[in-house]
Design a protein around this ligand. Structure first.
Ligand SMILES: Cc1ncc(COP(=O)(O)O)c(C=O)c1O
Ligand SMILES: N[C@@H](CCOP(=O)(O)O)C(=O)O
Length: 429
């Protein structure tokens, strides 16, 4: 399988080249040249497959032998060694809980697969790698955990100061060793801009082997398609028609992975792109005009993205056609007040606890299904405990702890949002 750049000005890359490079030289994003439809027998029997078996079926065509199958199977088994249950919240509304991994957010799937695949390639070439990451909260935590102590790999995480939750910050700033966290005086979009600029800087790429662990990296994004299959597999066969999937979105990697799952043949009738006040993509869907915005701070902070990187991939999947994208995807945007109300009301009616990100996905699904036949899944992308200060206020009870960092010391340095500062820091490392 070859990978091309969405900007069309870079040469084709193998899986190994795409994963090691992260970003193509023309500042596009890598995409697989083919998205081959999986066999009808796989879909017929999908309920009998385990999560790692589904994972292997989905990922193998994209790796295409560049990692030997037996090693790929163990990478996938280690990646997916936690539950991803589908929970019924209301009649016809299901939550796909993606937060049962080690850092309690959906990013664990992609980060663990990427860490193991990069480690396989870097061990073979004995090259030291530096993994650069921009985060609005959860990617940083998952990548820090996924790469902690991995030989030959250094991780540098950029996060926006004061704009992520206490637990997210603790998860990425207390590890030390090969994990460095830089607290940037700016927004997530500043962090992502600096990271992308680093991949285009000739001096930096000559001096060091840089790669990305954001969804910029196609090997971080592709494994996120797996859980869409597993979600559908958990719905009774006779109820799989007219299925809608609602994706709480920020950088739009998760939604892009869902669109890829659909091209692989997964029967999803419609997608919902649900945002908080950072509504660049819902506005595009409404107006056909893409206008990047300055991000605003919300209670679903991991979705505070004003210029989502994966919009390029979405456009590419629809060959640039707004009309075609709009017929498959409906956009919604919700305020913090609506998000809080959803957490409050769903808990009062069902005892189900939403986190602020899942709540945005839930709201979109509820709105879409009003007066429409069909069933829907919303992605519950993070554990409510990660946002306990917000969630507990709405449900009026204390959540049982799943995380504690009381003994651990924060290790991070305050950092400028200027690319030159990042470049100097990396060259000194
Ligand atoms: C909890 C949570 N929900 C939703 C999102 C948005 O996902 P994406 O950036 O893939 O659109 C993020 C950030 O990635 C997140 O951490
Ligand atoms: N919401 C993300 C932002 C980065 O997304 P990515 O999927 O491109 O890594 C975060 O939690 O950091």
């Amino acid at each position: 399988m070859k990978y091309y750049s969405t900007n069309g000005k870079s040469s084709l890359a193998s899986f190994k080249e795409a994963i090691l490079k992260g970003l193509p030289d023309d500042n596009g994003l890598y995409m697989p040249q083919e998205i081959p439809e999986l066999t009808s027998s796989f879909f017929r029997d999908i309920d009998n497959y385990s999560l790692p078996e589904i994972g292997y079926k989905v990922i193998q065509p994209f790796v295409d032998g560049e990692i030997p199958d037996s090693i790929l199977k163990s990478i996938i088994e280690e990646t997916l060694n936690f539950e991803i249950p589908l929970v019924k919240v209301f009649d016809d509304i299901y939550s796909l809980e993606l937060f049962h991994g080690p850092t309690f957010a959906f990013k664990d799937v992609g980060a663990r697969f990427l860490a193991r695949s990069l480690s396989y390639f870097s061990k073979k070439s004995e090259q030291k790698l530096t993994v650069l990451v921009a985060t609005s909260g959860d990617t940083g935590s998952a990548v820090a955990q996924g790469f902690y102590g991995v030989p030959n790999i250094d991780v540098v995480i950029l996060f926006p100061s004061g704009k992520i939750s206490y637990f997210q910050e603790q998860q990425m700033t207390t590890l030390g060793k090969n994990i460095t966290a830089l607290e940037v005086n700016g927004t997530f979009d500043d962090c992502q801009r600096m990271v992308k600029q680093a991949f285009l800087d000739k001096e930096l790429i000559e001096e060091m082997n840089l790669t990305s662990a954001n969804s910029i990296n196609i090997a971080r994004l592709l494994p996120q398609s797996i859980y869409y299959f597993y979600g559908v597999a958990q719905i009774p066969k006779d109820k799989r028609q007219q299925l809608v999937v609602s994706v709480p979105s920020g950088n739009y990697g998760n939604l892009s992975a869902g669109l890829i799952a659909r091209q692989l043949g997964l029967p999803i009738q419609h997608f919902l792109a649900c945002s908080n006040a950072n509504d660049t993509v819902p506005k595009y869907l409404e107006t056909a005009e893409y206008k990047a915005q300055s991000s605003v701070q919300t209670i679903s902070n991991a979705m505070d993205v004003g210029d989502p990187s994966n919009f390029q991939r979405m456009l590419n999947l629809y060959s640039g056609s707004h009309e075609n994208m709009k017929s498959d995807i409906t956009g919604y945007s919700y305020s913090d007040r609506e998000t809080r109300e959803a957490i409050h009301q769903v808990f009062n009616k069902t005892s189900y606890v939403l986190d602020p990100h899942g709540a945005v996905g839930f709201l979109g699904l509820k709105e879409y299904l009003t007066n429409k036949a069909g069933k829907g899944i919303f992605l519950e992308t993070a554990h409510p405990y990660k946002f306990k200060e917000i969630v507990e206020k709405e449900i009026n009870i204390e959540l049982p702890p799943v995380l504690s960092f009381d003994e651990l010391q924060k290790k991070s340095s305050s950092f400028s949002s200027k690319f030159e500062a990042l470049k100097a820091f990396l060259l000194e490392k």
